[in-house]
Design a protein around this ligand. Structure first.
Ligand code: FMN
Length: 183
């Protein structure tokens, strides 16, 4: 794979995983190769390597909301990326973040903002969700200008609402567009 979007996620109960696949499918639909990777090998998807990260043309990074922050496996991974940071290999590559939380005001926006920080340190071009995505104004569940989100609720449902789905698709399409424009 010469030029690909890396969709890198952690998910324990499939909500973030479903979002990862929606974002990846949308980018692929728009002509971009996609690599879907996890932070550890306790998933159906392969564990990410530093090479996967170094050589991506763009990144979608997903984590569940854990006490208003990213999951520890994600944080742990970023702490192994100093060499990539030193060599500047992610500078000027487009990136987006996405999350799932069980409650609507349970810290999903805070999580998205803090997930953005390592990507900004790496010099990536953070792409949020613009308000020309109609679902952003109509959603009663997830979806924020800082990135796609899903609210899994009291039953911890991993099924995305129509608006959440459409926002994930818009993120995949936007990353694909930016990857093409920047190459
Ligand atoms: C340790 C832990 C901490 C959590 N913290 C929050 C939280 O701060 N706010 C919230 O709304 N949900 C919280 N949750 C719920 C998860 O964010 C939610 O179930 C999410 O949809 C899981 O995503 P996944 O299915 O991809 O694993 C927490 C769950 C765990 C296990």
């Amino acid at each position: 794979m010469m030029s690909y979007l890396l969709v890198l996620y952690h998910s324990r109960t499939d909500s973030v995983k479903n979002m990862a696949y929606e974002i990846g499918d949308a980018a692929q639909h728009d002509g971009i190769d996609v690599k879907i990777r996890c932070f550890s090998d306790d998933s159906d998807d392969l564990a990410v390597t530093i090479d996967d990260l170094k050589h991506c043309a763009g990144l979608a990074f997903g984590s569940p909301t854990r006490f208003g922050m990213m999951a520890s496996s994600a944080k742990q991974f970023w702490e192994t990326t100093s060499d990539v940071w030193l060599s500047g290999e992610l500078i000027d590559k487009p990136a987006a973040v996405f999350t799932s939380s069980s409650s609507l005001h349970g810290g999903n926006e805070a999580t998205l903002l803090s997930m953005s920080l390592p990507l900004l340190h790496h010099g990536m071009l953070l792409c949020g969700v613009p308000y020309d995505v109609p679902a952003l104004s109509s959603t009663k569940t997830g979806g924020t200008p800082y990135g796609a989100s899903h609210v899994s609720g009291l039953t911890n449902s991993s099924q995305l609402s129509a608006e959440e789905l459409s926002i994930c698709q818009s993120v995949g399409a936007r990353l694909a567009k930016l990857i093409k424009q920047l190459q």
